[in-house]
Design a protein around this ligand. Structure first.
Ligand code: ZN
Length: 372
């Protein structure tokens, strides 16, 4: 699909451009790909033709006949026409081709081909509504992204456009939660799959990058739970957000977390309570794992260990420190606190605790009533 689009994109380059070059390239008409052509060409609008400056090089001398050039299969802009998008009282002037390249939604809007493959039926009406009410401002087509039809915000769209321009900078500096949230919402609304995936990947990193946790829970966990419910985030990410919420200490009433928790729905709170109940029950399993001995008959070291007054206290202490965070406790038990003098027992205990950690992670989907 992507390849065929690219091929079409090269072929459809302005047929009224440099004649000599066009002949050499043996390109075909722009009509091959209706979403790339102007509204006039698509036949569904009477909007001004002059808003599509499709012939910028007509006055320039032709290329010498002796040389042959090819157009790069990807980097060949098919048009130079901008478009204006309006959200509330703010207007954005952007490259039409740039939006169309990454978004099925904008491709469909610009082509007026509302029944294009992949466009959900419920979205066709929205697109048609916005497409039919387009106007022309100073020769540039203007689409009003009606908030009733397409509930975006100026901030969300701006953040997505910024990401399209300069996401390379995120390699150096990971964007903050509030930024990623906006990118995700706009990418979701306007069908930018690559940016949606990118935002989800960053969000996952913000919560539990690995299952051996010990860092502080994210202050945005409640907000992530709420957005995740609304936009149906992947279960793996929901587990991360809920786990962080479950292990968060009671928030300061003036904190962001406290405010976000007020916005949670009953179904979120039921899930949270159920998760916390199961996480507190896990401690029995942790105790059992921690008491593992070796298989050697009458092992002196194991017998000695069991008699130590501190032995049982280790898990109790961990439970006090991490009541709803057994995963962090397990991480600490297997790395720092494993002081069993019998190496075989220490190894077996580590193995069991690691197995338990995997099981907790797996069972969490069921505890949260989320289908993987
Ligand atoms: Zn032993």
């Amino acid at each position: 699909m992507e390849d065929s689009l690219k091929r079409k994109r090269v072929k459809e380059e302005d047929p009224s451009g440099d004649d000599a070059l066009d002949k050499k390239l043996k390109t075909t008409s722009a009509r091959a790909d209706p979403w790339l052509s102007s509204p006039v060409a698509s036949g569904s609008s009477t909007l001004a033709h002059e808003n599509e400056p499709r012939n910028p090089s007509v006055s320039q001398p032709a290329e010498p006949d002796t040389e042959v050039f090819v157009r790069h299969h990807t980097h060949w802009i098919y048009d130079t026409s901008p478009v204006i998008l309006q959200v509330h009282k703010t207007r954005f002037k952007v490259h039409k081709s740039r939006l169309a390249k990454d978004s099925l939604w904008f491709r469909t809007l610009f082509s007026r081909n509302y029944a294009a493959p992949g466009v959900p039926p419920e979205e066709r009406d929205v697109l048609e509504l916005i497409g039919n009410s387009a106007t022309v401002v100073d020769g540039v087509e203007l689409f009003v992204l009606d908030p009733k039809a397409k509930a975006t915000t100026v901030e969300d769209l701006a953040e997505l456009l910024t990401a399209m321009d300069s996401a390379i900078g995120y390699y150096e500096t990971t964007p903050q939660f509030q930024t990623v949230k906006k990118i995700y919402r706009a990418a979701h609304l306007f069908y930018f799959p690559t940016y949606r995936k990118f935002a989800l990947a960053i969000l996952r990193q913000m919560f539990i990058a690995n299952r051996g946790i010990s860092e502080e829970p994210s202050p945005y966990c409640a907000e992530c739970v709420a957005i995740g419910r609304e936009y149906k985030f992947p279960v793996a990410l929901m587990k991360c957000a809920f786990y962080d919420l479950a292990r968060s200490p009671p928030p300061n009433p003036t904190s962001t977390l406290a405010a976000d928790m007020k916005n949670l729905k009953i179904e979120d709170l039921v899930r949270l309570n159920n998760l916390q109940k199961h996480l507190s029950l896990v401690w029995n399993d942790i105790s059992t794992c921690y008491e593992t001995t070796c298989d050697v008959m009458q092992c002196q070291a194991c017998a000695y260990t069991r008699q130590l007054p501190s032995f049982r206290g280790v898990v109790e202490e961990a439970k006090k420190a991490f009541p709803f965070d057994p995963l962090s406790a397990i991480q600490i038990l297997v790395t720092q606190e494993m002081k069993k003098p019998c190496p075989l027992a220490a190894q077996a205990t580590t193995q069991k605790l690691n197995g338990l950690r995997e099981k907790i992670w797996k069972d969490m989907a069921e505890w949260l009533n989320l289908e993987e």
